[in-house]
Design a protein around this ligand. Structure first.
Ligand code: FAD
Length: 400
């Protein structure tokens, strides 16, 4: 999630907050930062879903359902990025470094990667991990397919109640044919809200126009959604509003496509863009970081810090191990997320309602949610190389 070469300084592309299921918290723990966020963002232990058609509400307590006894946490994206970035040595992140092209050449048996930035800089590196998001240049270079439009859109925002909102820490959701909305407090004064609906050309025109989004939600759903939800939308800080189509990579392409080529691979949305209905896209990016870190860490231990691009020291073997370990899980989640979104905002006929209210909410969601959110991606190895603990992995930046 922290991209050392960033196209723009700490961009927050998809809303102001993000939910992290327990599997993401275990990954943050492995990365050594969960303790910095634990007390600021306590878990949500109750979820309720109201069917706006019938008025019936299903409540689920998450207490004791996961390994550490807690449910998902909703956190500010900016705080997350800052916390992760603070772990890196000063000067590791180069802002305004948009990748224009990638080039890999073999000379005397070694295969460095050359990254060409739009400002003319060339970065020479032993390996490249593309964490450049859904429209990844690195994924395109690997030959992965372009993400598909799921024919659904999402709107998000953060409302501020300076005097305090007085709500319990609970996720409240409302479903109706073709629409799902919800809100959850982030802290005592801020409430994060979202709305997912089927896309039309009109909906997609709202992308990049957050004020229009706010107006449309207030007008279009005024008769359907509870007045308190509309009050939350009304109080949103305009800078936190986001509206956009939901995208995913075809699971077939995630599983059978080239997720790596030698010493080049992808992580996060660059590898496995998924629709957000299971709230797992960002969680998977963190798991990627831990698994990749473990494979590279083990190679560093084996080679006493001398990793390269040939023979037994070849970083390509660590990357290959990472891809093999991640492939099954992320493909399953791309499918599960798409299916979950399709069912939740499906049509108004009786069998879609039956599928959503009885099969999905009462039976499937619990099992699916607990299984994928209870996953532990493991720990990072302790790499101790002596000589100031600095691994010999060089990256050379040349301005032309
Ligand atoms: C509406 C919505 C709600 C979501 N809610 C959740 C949720 O609740 N929980 C959850 O876990 N996930 C959620 N997700 C998914 C989550 O937002 C993503 O999976 C996550 O942000 C992926 O992180 P990333 O670092 O891979 O990519 P990004 O966060 O997109 O970061 C990519 C970075 O690469 C940079 N970049 C792009 N192009 C280039 C280039 N050419 N050169 C250099 N740098 C470049 C960008 O500036 C950016 O900094 C949601 C997604 C959406 C759309």
């Amino acid at each position: 999630m922290v991209n050392p070469l960033r196209a723009v300084p700490i961009a927050i592309p998809t809303g102001a907050a993000i939910s992290f299921a327990p599997n993401a918290w275990l990954a943050l723990d492995a990365l050594g930062v969960s303790h910095k966020l634990d007390s600021i963002y306590p878990p949500v232990n109750r979820i309720s879903v109201t069917n706006l058609g019938t008025g019936a509400t299903q409540e689920t307590s998450l207490t004791g359902k996961f390994r550490d006894g807690s449910g998902p946490r909703f956190i500010h994206r900016k705080k997350l990025l800052q916390t992760l970035a603070d772990e890196l040595p000063n000067g590791t992140i180069h802002f305004s470094s948009k990748i224009a092209a990638i080039d890999s050449q073999t000379h005397d048996g070694s295969s460095p990667v050359f990254i060409h930035l739009v400002d003319g800089t060339i970065v020479k590196t032993k390996f490249l991990i593309g964490c450049d998001g859904i429209h990844s240049t690195v994924a395109r270079w690997l030959g992965l397919s372009e993400p598909l439009n799921a024919a659904r859109s999402a709107g998000l925002g953060l409302a501020v109640f300076p005097e305090g909102h007085g709500l319990n820490k609970e996720l409240r959701q409302f479903v109706d044919a073709g629409m799902r909305a919800g809100y959850v407090p982030l802290n005592e004064k801020e409430i994060y809200w979202f709305l997912v609906c089927k896309s039309s050309a009109e909906e997609e025109n709202k992308a990049g126009n957050p004020v229009l989004l706010q107006k449309e939600v207030l007008e279009k759903y005024a008769k359907v959604l509870p007045p308190f939800f509309l009050d939350i939308v009304q109080r949103s800080d305009v800078s936190t509003l986001h509206w956009g189509p939901l995208m995913f990579r075809h699971p077939w392409n995630v599983f059978f496509g080239n997720l790596s080529k030698g010493n080049v691979t992808v992580a996060g949305d660059a590898m496995h863009p998924m629709t957000p209905e299971l709230g797992q896209g960002g969680c998977q990016a963190l798991e990627d970081a831990v698994v990749l870190g473990r494979h590279i860490g083990n190679l560093l231990i084996k080679t006493k810090g001398h990793i390269g691009t040939t023979g037994d020291n070849n970083v390509a073997q660590a990357i290959d191990g990472y891809v093999k370990e991640r492939k099954w899980r992320v493909t399953g989640l791309v499918i599960g997320s798409y299916f979950s979104g399709w069912v939740q905002i499906g049509g108004s006929n009786w069998w879609m309602k039956f599928l959503r209210d009885v099969i999905f909410y009462r039976t499937l969601l619990g099992g699916l949610l607990y299984k994928m959110a209870g996953y532990d991606c493991g720990k990072l190895p302790v790499v101790s190389l002596g000589e100031n603990d600095s691994p010999k992995v060089s990256t050379k930046i040349t301005q032309i």
